[in-house]
Design a protein around this ligand. Sequence first.
Ligand code: EPU
Length: 440
Amino acid sequence: MDTFVIEGGRRLEGKLRINGSKNAALPLMCVPLLTDEPVTLRDVPNLADIRSLRNLLAELGCVQTGEQQGMMRLHTQDPTKSHARYEIVRTMRASISTLGPMVAKRGYAKVSMPGGCAIGDRPVDLHLRGLAALGAEITLDGGDIIAKAPRKGLQGATIFLGGQFGSTVLGTANVLCAATLAKGTTVIESAACEPEIVDLANLLIKMGARITGHGSPRLIVEGVEKLSGVDYTVMADRIEAGTFMLAAAITNGDITLENCPIDAMLVVKDKLNAMGIQLAVTGSDLLRATVRVTSARTLKPVEFTTQPHPGFPTDLQAQMMATLTLADGNSVITERIFPERFMHVAELSRMGARLMRQGPTVIVSGVRKLVGAPVMASDLRASAGLVLAGMAAEGTTTLNRVYHLDRGYERMEDRLTSLGANIRRVDDKDLPSHLTGGAD
Ligand code: EPU
């Protein structure tokens, strides 16, 4: 298994282009299941999750017919294969995004029920409730969700899609995709407002779907007979951008990000400014702006709560926590999307952070320094937080199970090294045992 060896204490400087968004690209890649024509997606990041979904789509008869760097052309050629197997779904939860498109277009879908993961239970009840409201008959069989459309097809409906923790991003994507081909009007209330849903709606509209209200909690969809092929560029990754901004801040750096979706990150900008991190924005397209990130030597503490967009994104909570461990004072972090998403707390503590967790809240008492240690990656964003901490720590940090990080960041070590960090990827078999962290 790959491990990062991080030598701390280097200041980041230089320029970096933000990649296409993982969380936008995954539901976008399921859209070709809704049409007989080819769909070309550009700026698709080269990530483990993207490759897993591409393999799943091939099993579902939707094959990749063209590929250049960052470009993916997907075309449904055999609509009779509609079983998303557990072996793939369990490695990548976004596989659930194939359910809505398949039941809408093919009238039938069988998708393995995703299990829990390191960040919590992650149920899919809202996805199923939304599709059932459109007329799909949903049953469970041997761990598989089976969705069947009535003979006359899905029917538009008014659906309330909010749950205990607010809206659902991939649930909204599933119901939105299905509604594009349903007969009549669908109203999705408490829809996710995330920029990735806006990106999905923009793609569908370009294919002929009739959608209004995207970016607001009420989505209105007028069903159409069919959708056509399209050529579309995926939005830039706001979580990757936020991670690099915090990497600059924690190393007291000065970096410039190109292709930065700052308009989708206003809450992040607000909190970073409050911490003493400056973001100088140039460019007329604020979803692909140039942003220079500079940071005060001493960071100020802040309080924040993760919430659905436009609130603070849960996918930056761990990276913020890592950065705030070195702020001058006490910060308060409350997690309202995934209340158990705190795998990084124990690992950051091993590096000298002072953290006190009570339920969904962590008090971060800033310390003067972190000290390098062997730490263990658990989920994707927790791992990113530990990389940031390692870059700021005194001495050497080894982060094992880097495959978690590879799911969402393309060659993160190369990109950070290009900015001046000292990070090596090694096989953990080549490391002395005291540096390899915990066991499985
Ligand atoms: N929820 C339900 N029922 C459902 C669906 C969700 O109760 O049917 C709950 C969840 O348990 C959670 C909340 O609703 O408490 C929000 O979950 P959501 O459905 O919005 O999450 P998701 O769509 O499965 C996407 C991202 C996650 C990101 C969340 C929240 C993708 C592929 N994944 O997941 O990204 O954390 O939205 O913004 O888009 C990551 O990139 O590291 C990541 C985990």
